[in-house]
Design a protein around this ligand. Structure first.
Ligand code: 1HN
Length: 347
């Protein structure tokens, strides 16, 4: 090969690469810069689901299939850049689940963890690991990995909640397992409110030995969350980049409530606008109360309550509250932190 002739060198390399293929070998040097990018490439689209637009379609699903037949009657919120992949971000899943009076979504368990954020309705319950909790709008409920869970609805009217799961994360590790319970309803072994009394009241049983990375509290009622947020707003100024931002906490160790999904809620007082912020975790937001705007570059999403927005990681965004605005969010931040590569920047 003539090393001074670039054309010949190129042809020589191409032939060499072809001879590598049957041996299942590949040259790193053609790929290194994309394998190890300077910063996260734009794999996700930012997107806004207006609840007012999609609610009729969610309710219509009740006429299409029962909760029992569906197992979980859910419309998946798919990132437009990941169509067909059942993902809202590269690591997370989101969906809107509907349960109607008298229905049961049968018991199963899986290694994927789930969170619920209640959107509308009253009287439905979820049972997790032997305890039922009646859910109300704004409640944040967790279903830890490998815990039996089913849902039921013994009151009236449709009930809708947002499901967040770490499905793509488990798929990445190829560590997904599921087991279907032999009965539609798993046994209830503890009274409603038991875990909140034991672990969610600033108290804990002496000698409690905790065997999981999840919070032992599995329903964080909105009534309490709201009271805390508004008390904070009365007590002091909001953070310039976040507003009054709080995370749901595991009372055992003070960490996040779940090991794979970070969950947080914030209040932005009416008229307040944040400074730009970015972080390496893509965020899924859902409006709770009031209205506000999420702005990324030239894109502005005006959020009504129950609207869902996904913001890709490392894209600067600002929040602007039209009213006193409560916003729930989840991301894979907790996993990124534990693995040591989470980044954030206040701009
Ligand atoms: C699941 O078990 C639930 O328990 C919701 O409500 C959504 C999406 C994929 C796989 C399992 C639930 C799910 C899910």
């Amino acid at each position: 090969m003539n090393s001074t002739d670039p054309g010949a060198a190129e042809a020589g390399r191409a032939a060499y690469y072809e001879r590598l293929q049957p041996h299942h070998l590949a040259p790193l040097w053609t790929r290194l810069k994309s394998l190890v990018p300077l910063q996260p490439p734009p794999l996700l689209a930012a997107h806004h689901w207006r609840y007012g637009d999609i609610r009729p379609l969610v309710l219509e699903s009740a006429g299409q299939i029962s909760a029992k037949e569906a197992e979980r009657r859910v419309l998946i919120l798919e990132n437009p850049a990941l169509a067909g992949q059942s993902q809202i971000t590269t690591s997370l899943y989101a969906g809107l689940q509907l349960i109607m009076p008298g229905e049961v979504a049968p018991a199963h368990r899986h290694t994927q963890s789930a969170l619920r954020f209640v959107v509308e309705g009253h009287g439905a319950y979820t049972a997790v690991d032997g305890e039922k909790t009646i859910m109300a709008p704004g409640d944040f409920v967790i279903t830890p990995s490998w815990t039996w869970h089913h849902h039921g609805h013994e009151a009236d009217g449709p009930m809708v909640w947002l499901d967040g799961l770490d499905i793509p994360m488990l798929a990445f590790f190829n560590a997904g397992f599921r087991q279907d319970h032999e009965h539609d309803e798993a046994a209830i072994t503890r009274p409603a409110g038991d875990s909140l009394a034991r672990y969610g009241s600033g108290l804990m049983p002496v000698g409690h030995r905790h065997g999981t990375l999840n919070s032992p509290v599995f329903n964080y009622p909105y009534e309490r969350t709201r009271e805390a947020l508004f008390a904070l707003a009365r007590a002091g100024a909001p953070d310039a980049h976040h507003g009054h931002l709080m995370r749901y906490v595991n009372p055992v160790d003070g960490g996040w409530a779940m090991p794979t999904m970070a969950t947080m809620v914030r209040l932005l007082p009416a008229g307040f606008a944040t400074q730009a912020y970015r972080s390496s975790d893509a965020m899924v937001f859902i409006g709770v109360e009031g209205r506000g705007t999420i702005a990324l570059g030239d894109t502005r999403f005006d959020l009504a309550p129950h609207d869902v927005v996904v913001v890709p990681g490392w894209v600067p965004y600002t929040l602007h509250a039209a009213d006193d605005w409560v916003l729930f969010g989840y991301s894979d931040r907790v996993a990124q932190e534990k693995l040591g590569f989470f980044r954030e920047q206040r701009l």
